[in-house]
Design a protein around this ligand. Structure first.
Ligand code: AMP
Length: 292
Protein backbone atom coordinates (compact mmCIF):
# COMPACT_ATOMS: atom_id res chain seq x y z
CA UNK A 1 0.00 0.00 0.00
CA UNK A 2 1.31 3.51 -0.80
CA UNK A 3 0.10 6.43 1.28
CA UNK A 4 -0.21 9.88 -0.28
CA UNK A 5 -0.45 12.76 2.16
CA UNK A 6 -2.14 15.97 1.07
CA UNK A 7 -4.94 17.64 2.97
CA UNK A 8 -5.81 14.20 4.41
CA UNK A 9 -4.17 10.84 3.89
CA UNK A 10 -5.46 8.87 0.89
CA UNK A 11 -4.58 5.18 0.85
CA UNK A 12 -4.12 3.35 -2.46
CA UNK A 13 -4.89 -0.36 -2.74
CA UNK A 14 -4.42 -2.49 -5.85
CA UNK A 15 -5.73 -5.95 -5.00
CA UNK A 16 -9.09 -7.28 -3.81
CA UNK A 17 -7.46 -8.57 -0.62
CA UNK A 18 -6.01 -5.14 0.19
CA UNK A 19 -9.36 -3.55 -0.59
CA UNK A 20 -11.24 -5.96 1.67
CA UNK A 21 -8.82 -5.30 4.53
CA UNK A 22 -9.01 -1.52 4.11
CA UNK A 23 -12.83 -1.52 3.93
CA UNK A 24 -12.93 -3.83 6.93
CA UNK A 25 -10.85 -1.33 8.90
CA UNK A 26 -13.27 1.48 7.98
CA UNK A 27 -16.25 -0.69 9.00
CA UNK A 28 -14.56 -1.63 12.29
CA UNK A 29 -14.15 2.07 13.00
CA UNK A 30 -17.94 2.41 12.60
CA UNK A 31 -17.76 4.21 9.26
CA UNK A 32 -20.30 3.99 6.45
CA UNK A 33 -18.88 3.91 2.94
CA UNK A 34 -19.65 6.12 -0.06
CA UNK A 35 -18.25 4.88 -3.37
CA UNK A 36 -17.44 6.70 -6.64
CA UNK A 37 -16.46 4.54 -9.63
CA UNK A 38 -14.25 6.43 -12.12
CA UNK A 39 -11.79 5.93 -14.94
CA UNK A 40 -9.49 8.68 -13.63
CA UNK A 41 -8.37 11.94 -15.31
CA UNK A 42 -10.20 13.86 -12.59
CA UNK A 43 -11.88 17.24 -13.05
CA UNK A 44 -14.30 19.17 -10.86
CA UNK A 45 -17.20 16.93 -11.98
CA UNK A 46 -15.51 13.91 -10.42
CA UNK A 47 -14.56 15.87 -7.30
CA UNK A 48 -18.16 16.99 -6.82
CA UNK A 49 -19.28 13.33 -6.86
CA UNK A 50 -16.67 12.54 -4.21
CA UNK A 51 -18.09 15.32 -2.01
CA UNK A 52 -21.63 13.91 -2.49
CA UNK A 53 -20.29 10.50 -1.47
CA UNK A 54 -18.83 12.00 1.73
CA UNK A 55 -22.17 13.42 2.98
CA UNK A 56 -23.09 12.43 6.56
CA UNK A 57 -19.49 11.49 7.38
CA UNK A 58 -19.26 8.53 4.97
CA UNK A 59 -15.72 7.37 4.24
CA UNK A 60 -15.18 7.89 0.50
CA UNK A 61 -13.78 5.10 -1.65
CA UNK A 62 -12.94 5.83 -5.28
CA UNK A 63 -12.08 3.27 -7.93
CA UNK A 64 -9.68 4.19 -10.70
CA UNK A 65 -10.33 1.62 -13.38
CA UNK A 66 -11.21 1.74 -17.08
CA UNK A 67 -12.14 -1.63 -18.46
CA UNK A 68 -11.63 -2.45 -22.16
CA UNK A 69 -15.33 -3.23 -22.95
CA UNK A 70 -16.31 0.31 -21.88
CA UNK A 71 -14.41 1.79 -24.81
CA UNK A 72 -15.75 2.04 -28.34
CA UNK A 73 -13.80 0.60 -31.30
CA UNK A 74 -12.69 4.11 -32.31
CA UNK A 75 -11.52 4.91 -28.82
CA UNK A 76 -8.33 3.47 -27.43
CA UNK A 77 -8.19 2.63 -23.71
CA UNK A 78 -4.40 3.01 -23.76
CA UNK A 79 -4.80 6.58 -25.12
CA UNK A 80 -7.16 7.63 -22.30
CA UNK A 81 -5.64 10.54 -20.33
CA UNK A 82 -3.88 9.08 -17.30
CA UNK A 83 -1.94 10.70 -14.47
CA UNK A 84 -2.41 8.70 -11.32
CA UNK A 85 -0.31 10.92 -9.05
CA UNK A 86 -2.33 13.97 -10.07
CA UNK A 87 -5.60 12.06 -9.56
CA UNK A 88 -4.53 10.87 -6.10
CA UNK A 89 -3.60 14.40 -5.02
CA UNK A 90 -6.96 15.75 -6.25
CA UNK A 91 -8.89 12.91 -4.61
CA UNK A 92 -7.18 13.70 -1.30
CA UNK A 93 -8.30 17.33 -1.54
CA UNK A 94 -11.90 16.08 -1.96
CA UNK A 95 -11.60 14.05 1.26
CA UNK A 96 -11.22 10.62 -0.36
CA UNK A 97 -9.79 8.11 2.10
CA UNK A 98 -9.28 5.05 -0.06
CA UNK A 99 -8.50 4.61 -3.77
CA UNK A 100 -8.85 1.21 -5.43
CA UNK A 101 -6.63 1.23 -8.53
CA UNK A 102 -6.37 -2.41 -9.63
CA UNK A 103 -4.56 -3.79 -12.66
CA UNK A 104 -6.94 -5.28 -15.28
CA UNK A 105 -6.17 -8.91 -14.36
CA UNK A 106 -7.22 -8.27 -10.74
CA UNK A 107 -10.74 -7.44 -11.94
CA UNK A 108 -10.82 -9.72 -15.00
CA UNK A 109 -8.65 -12.74 -14.17
CA UNK A 110 -8.04 -15.59 -16.63
CA UNK A 111 -11.16 -17.56 -17.50
CA UNK A 112 -13.44 -14.68 -16.50
CA UNK A 113 -16.70 -15.60 -18.22
CA UNK A 114 -19.63 -13.53 -16.98
CA UNK A 115 -21.21 -10.52 -18.70
CA UNK A 116 -24.23 -8.59 -17.50
CA UNK A 117 -26.45 -7.41 -20.35
CA UNK A 118 -29.13 -4.94 -19.31
CA UNK A 119 -32.21 -4.73 -21.53
CA UNK A 120 -34.43 -1.64 -21.64
CA UNK A 121 -32.45 1.60 -21.36
CA UNK A 122 -29.62 0.12 -23.46
CA UNK A 123 -31.75 -0.07 -26.62
CA UNK A 124 -31.36 3.52 -27.82
CA UNK A 125 -28.73 6.26 -28.27
CA UNK A 126 -25.33 5.13 -26.94
CA UNK A 127 -26.60 1.55 -26.66
CA UNK A 128 -27.72 1.48 -30.29
CA UNK A 129 -24.30 2.47 -31.66
CA UNK A 130 -22.08 0.79 -29.04
CA UNK A 131 -23.82 -2.50 -28.20
CA UNK A 132 -21.07 -3.82 -25.89
CA UNK A 133 -20.47 -0.57 -24.04
CA UNK A 134 -23.21 -0.86 -21.44
CA UNK A 135 -22.57 -4.57 -20.93
CA UNK A 136 -19.03 -3.55 -19.97
CA UNK A 137 -20.34 -0.82 -17.68
CA UNK A 138 -22.98 -3.02 -15.99
CA UNK A 139 -20.50 -5.87 -15.48
CA UNK A 140 -17.75 -3.73 -14.00
CA UNK A 141 -20.15 -1.73 -11.79
CA UNK A 142 -21.72 -4.93 -10.41
CA UNK A 143 -18.26 -6.35 -9.71
CA UNK A 144 -17.07 -3.15 -8.04
CA UNK A 145 -20.22 -2.95 -5.90
CA UNK A 146 -19.61 -6.52 -4.76
CA UNK A 147 -15.97 -5.79 -4.01
CA UNK A 148 -16.49 -2.48 -2.18
CA UNK A 149 -19.93 -3.21 -0.65
CA UNK A 150 -20.70 0.47 -0.15
CA UNK A 151 -23.72 2.00 1.59
CA UNK A 152 -23.92 4.60 -1.17
CA UNK A 153 -22.69 4.77 -4.76
CA UNK A 154 -22.51 8.04 -6.69
CA UNK A 155 -22.73 8.54 -10.46
CA UNK A 156 -22.86 11.73 -12.55
CA UNK A 157 -25.91 12.91 -14.48
CA UNK A 158 -23.42 13.80 -17.25
CA UNK A 159 -23.70 10.14 -18.34
CA UNK A 160 -27.48 10.04 -18.07
CA UNK A 161 -27.95 6.78 -19.96
CA UNK A 162 -25.30 5.10 -17.80
CA UNK A 163 -27.33 6.23 -14.77
CA UNK A 164 -30.48 4.61 -16.23
CA UNK A 165 -28.60 1.38 -17.00
CA UNK A 166 -26.99 1.20 -13.54
CA UNK A 167 -30.34 1.95 -11.88
CA UNK A 168 -31.99 -0.90 -13.86
CA UNK A 169 -29.12 -3.30 -13.10
CA UNK A 170 -29.07 -2.49 -9.38
CA UNK A 171 -32.82 -3.01 -9.18
CA UNK A 172 -32.81 -6.23 -11.24
CA UNK A 173 -29.86 -7.75 -9.34
CA UNK A 174 -31.14 -6.74 -5.88
CA UNK A 175 -28.47 -4.27 -4.81
CA UNK A 176 -31.14 -3.07 -2.39
CA UNK A 177 -28.76 -2.07 0.39
CA UNK A 178 -26.86 0.40 -1.76
CA UNK A 179 -28.23 3.94 -2.08
CA UNK A 180 -27.82 5.27 -5.64
CA UNK A 181 -27.03 9.00 -5.64
CA UNK A 182 -26.82 11.08 -8.83
CA UNK A 183 -24.66 14.22 -8.89
CA UNK A 184 -25.63 17.12 -11.20
CA UNK A 185 -23.57 17.97 -14.30
CA UNK A 186 -20.63 20.22 -13.45
CA UNK A 187 -19.87 22.70 -16.24
CA UNK A 188 -17.08 25.09 -17.21
CA UNK A 189 -17.93 28.77 -16.72
CA UNK A 190 -19.04 29.03 -20.37
CA UNK A 191 -21.40 26.05 -20.09
CA UNK A 192 -19.33 23.21 -21.58
CA UNK A 193 -19.93 20.05 -19.55
CA UNK A 194 -16.66 18.97 -17.92
CA UNK A 195 -15.26 15.81 -19.47
CA UNK A 196 -11.93 14.00 -19.43
CA UNK A 197 -12.20 14.08 -23.22
CA UNK A 198 -12.16 17.90 -23.38
CA UNK A 199 -8.33 17.77 -23.20
CA UNK A 200 -8.34 16.34 -26.73
CA UNK A 201 -9.84 19.60 -28.10
CA UNK A 202 -7.76 22.29 -29.85
CA UNK A 203 -8.58 25.90 -28.88
CA UNK A 204 -10.85 26.21 -31.95
CA UNK A 205 -12.55 22.89 -31.21
CA UNK A 206 -12.99 23.95 -27.58
CA UNK A 207 -15.01 26.95 -28.85
CA UNK A 208 -16.95 24.73 -31.26
CA UNK A 209 -17.83 22.34 -28.41
CA UNK A 210 -20.10 25.02 -26.96
CA UNK A 211 -22.56 24.05 -29.72
CA UNK A 212 -23.75 21.21 -27.47
CA UNK A 213 -24.72 23.65 -24.73
CA UNK A 214 -26.36 25.95 -27.31
CA UNK A 215 -28.30 23.01 -28.76
CA UNK A 216 -29.77 22.19 -25.34
CA UNK A 217 -30.68 25.84 -24.80
CA UNK A 218 -32.25 26.10 -28.27
CA UNK A 219 -34.50 23.12 -27.53
CA UNK A 220 -35.71 24.62 -24.26
CA UNK A 221 -36.25 27.99 -25.98
CA UNK A 222 -38.34 26.22 -28.66
CA UNK A 223 -40.53 24.71 -25.95
CA UNK A 224 -40.77 28.06 -24.17
CA UNK A 225 -41.97 29.48 -27.50
CA UNK A 226 -44.93 27.06 -27.46
CA UNK A 227 -43.64 24.07 -29.48
CA UNK A 228 -44.52 20.67 -27.98
CA UNK A 229 -43.74 18.33 -30.89
CA UNK A 230 -40.66 16.35 -29.76
CA UNK A 231 -39.39 15.87 -33.33
CA UNK A 232 -39.49 19.63 -34.00
CA UNK A 233 -37.73 20.34 -30.71
CA UNK A 234 -35.05 17.77 -31.57
CA UNK A 235 -34.64 19.40 -35.01
CA UNK A 236 -34.08 22.78 -33.36
CA UNK A 237 -31.27 21.27 -31.29
CA UNK A 238 -29.84 19.31 -34.22
CA UNK A 239 -29.71 22.36 -36.47
CA UNK A 240 -27.62 24.22 -33.87
CA UNK A 241 -25.13 21.35 -33.90
CA UNK A 242 -25.06 21.17 -37.73
CA UNK A 243 -24.54 24.93 -38.00
CA UNK A 244 -21.16 24.58 -36.28
CA UNK A 245 -18.61 23.66 -38.98
CA UNK A 246 -16.28 21.73 -36.65
CA UNK A 247 -19.16 19.71 -35.21
CA UNK A 248 -20.49 16.44 -36.62
CA UNK A 249 -23.79 15.77 -34.85
CA UNK A 250 -24.60 12.22 -33.85
CA UNK A 251 -28.00 12.65 -32.20
CA UNK A 252 -30.29 15.13 -30.47
CA UNK A 253 -33.06 12.98 -29.02
CA UNK A 254 -35.72 13.36 -26.36
CA UNK A 255 -36.15 10.31 -24.13
CA UNK A 256 -37.70 9.28 -20.85
CA UNK A 257 -34.86 9.60 -18.30
CA UNK A 258 -35.40 6.14 -16.78
CA UNK A 259 -36.36 3.97 -19.74
CA UNK A 260 -34.53 5.89 -22.47
CA UNK A 261 -37.50 5.18 -24.74
CA UNK A 262 -37.69 7.94 -27.36
CA UNK A 263 -40.52 10.32 -26.40
CA UNK A 264 -43.49 10.35 -28.76
CA UNK A 265 -44.98 13.29 -26.96
CA UNK A 266 -43.58 15.92 -24.67
CA UNK A 267 -44.32 15.14 -21.04
CA UNK A 268 -42.43 15.59 -17.81
CA UNK A 269 -40.01 14.05 -17.15
CA UNK A 270 -38.29 14.38 -20.53
CA UNK A 271 -34.57 14.43 -21.13
CA UNK A 272 -32.88 15.85 -24.21
CA UNK A 273 -29.64 14.01 -24.96
CA UNK A 274 -27.11 15.28 -27.49
CA UNK A 275 -23.94 13.69 -28.87
CA UNK A 276 -21.51 15.07 -31.42
CA UNK A 277 -17.99 14.60 -32.64
CA UNK A 278 -15.78 17.66 -32.38
CA UNK A 279 -12.35 16.99 -33.89
CA UNK A 280 -10.94 13.92 -32.13
CA UNK A 281 -13.46 13.90 -29.26
CA UNK A 282 -16.97 12.53 -29.09
CA UNK A 283 -18.87 14.64 -26.58
CA UNK A 284 -22.25 14.08 -24.92
CA UNK A 285 -24.50 16.33 -22.87
CA UNK A 286 -28.10 16.32 -21.66
CA UNK A 287 -30.72 18.43 -19.98
CA UNK A 288 -34.14 17.92 -18.41
CA UNK A 289 -36.77 19.81 -20.42
CA UNK A 290 -39.29 21.89 -18.55
CA UNK A 291 -42.79 22.54 -19.86
CA UNK A 292 -44.18 25.99 -19.30
P1 AMP B 1 -15.59 8.70 -15.89
O1 AMP B 1 -14.30 8.62 -15.14
O2 AMP B 1 -15.54 9.61 -17.06
O3 AMP B 1 -16.17 7.35 -16.19
O4 AMP B 1 -16.63 9.39 -14.91
C1 AMP B 1 -16.79 8.95 -13.58
C2 AMP B 1 -18.06 9.54 -13.05
O5 AMP B 1 -17.98 10.97 -13.12
C3 AMP B 1 -19.30 9.13 -13.84
O6 AMP B 1 -20.35 8.86 -12.93
C4 AMP B 1 -19.58 10.35 -14.66
O7 AMP B 1 -20.96 10.48 -14.99
C5 AMP B 1 -19.15 11.45 -13.71
N1 AMP B 1 -18.90 12.70 -14.43
C6 AMP B 1 -18.17 12.89 -15.54
N2 AMP B 1 -18.22 14.18 -15.95
C7 AMP B 1 -19.02 14.83 -15.06
C8 AMP B 1 -19.48 16.17 -14.93
N3 AMP B 1 -19.11 17.13 -15.81
N4 AMP B 1 -20.30 16.47 -13.90
C9 AMP B 1 -20.69 15.51 -13.00
N5 AMP B 1 -20.28 14.23 -13.07
C10 AMP B 1 -19.46 13.89 -14.08
Amino acid sequence: MDTITDTRPCTVVRTRDELRAAIGALRSAGRQVGFVPTMGAFHDGHLSLMRHAAADGHAVVVSLFGSPPQFSPTEDLSAYPRDEQRDLALAATAGVELVFAPPAHEVYPDRFGTTIRVDGPTRTLEGATRPDHFAGVATVVAKLLNMVRPDRVVFGQKDAQQVAVVRRMMCDLDFDDVELVIGPIVREADGLAMSSRNVYLSPQERVAALALRRALDAAQATIDGGEHDPRKIERAAHSVLSAEPRCTPDYATIVHPDTFVVADNLAEPSLLCVAARIGPARLIDNQRLTLA
